[in-house]
Design a binder for this molecule. Sequence first.
Ligand code: NAD
Ligand code: UDP
Length: 311
Amino acid sequence: MDRFLVTGGAGFLGSHLCDSLLAKGADVVCIDNFFSGNKDNIRHLFSRNFFELIRHDIIHPLFVEVDKIYHLACPASPIHYQLNPIKTVKTNVMGTINMLGLAKRIKARILLASSSEVYGDSQVHPQPESYWGNVNPIGLRSCYDEGKRVAETLMMDYHRQNNVDIKIARIFNTYGPRMAIDDGRVVSNFIVQALKKESLTVYGDGSQTRSFCYVSDLVHALMTMMDADEFSGPVNLGNPAEFTIIELAEKIVKLTKSSSKIVHKPLPSDDPVRRCPDISLANDKLHWTPKIDLEEGLVKTIDYFKEKLGL
Ligand code: NAD
Ligand code: UDP
């Protein structure tokens, strides 16, 4: 049985990944400092024999023995990663060095959860892996965007210099149950606002686009990538169906049968205008394509938040 380390395992994606690994009979060590994650996401796993939780901050070295490492630790929502931007850089740089050092010592394969943010405010559409991006190095999003870019650099350099077995996954906007209610990302914000009959806060005119991947599709892609022996990426993982933020707001109002209105708020700085993954590489190398369309995924996510809000 393989033993996996999941950094950021108490977060939104990490907790679903822990579930799926355990369901496949793996032994899972989850580490988290609970900066943006929550014990409630993994509480149902505490009694499982093959699940261990360690409270640990990855900016400090970690000594464990595992076969494979999923490196997800890093706040993902703009409000969370901008709360303490220096810490976000430390997590991406020192944290990734620590995890790569661990992978090198124990000869473990390591997968980095990178981000579509490495493309910044992209001038190429949809974004292929070959595009080098258009990133502001000194803006409010830079701690995350540049943090992920240097994390990718570190992965490649540990591979070239120390032969570490690496995988780089560039994740595009993913949503689903267990996003935090106060997470600040658009899907959870709009659903919570609609369910509470508050106005939906569209930033800017809402013409900016995103492509939304349901969490089960993404977790499946990460596990397929980890198992791919001859392919290390970077690979785009996301759902290529593209929507404007206004379209998303209208869909959520309709699906929740809410009386909420839409209000416009200022657009945050450096907010990418268009984002959509070119997933031909994932199709080709991993034979992966997302299965859950936006409406189906939103219904499942709305059900989760209804329960969470006691509605
Ligand atoms: P999340 O914020 O829910 O989860 C991140 C987890 O990492 C949290 O549990 C947090 O407490 C933990 N963490 C943060 N800093 C840490 C540190 N220094 N030491 C230990 N643990 C730490 O976010 P998520 O959506 O689950 O994202 C997981 C990963 O996937 C992140 O690396 C993120 O950048 C990447 N990603 C996510 C998306 C998405 O749409 N969900 C898109 C692109 C990339
Ligand atoms: N957004 C919005 N209202 C919100 C939250 C986000 O209009 O309440 C917009 C945000 O400006 C961005 C898009 O939705 O254009 C996606 O934002 P999110 O924070 O989910 O992720 P991003 O892709 O920007 O990292």
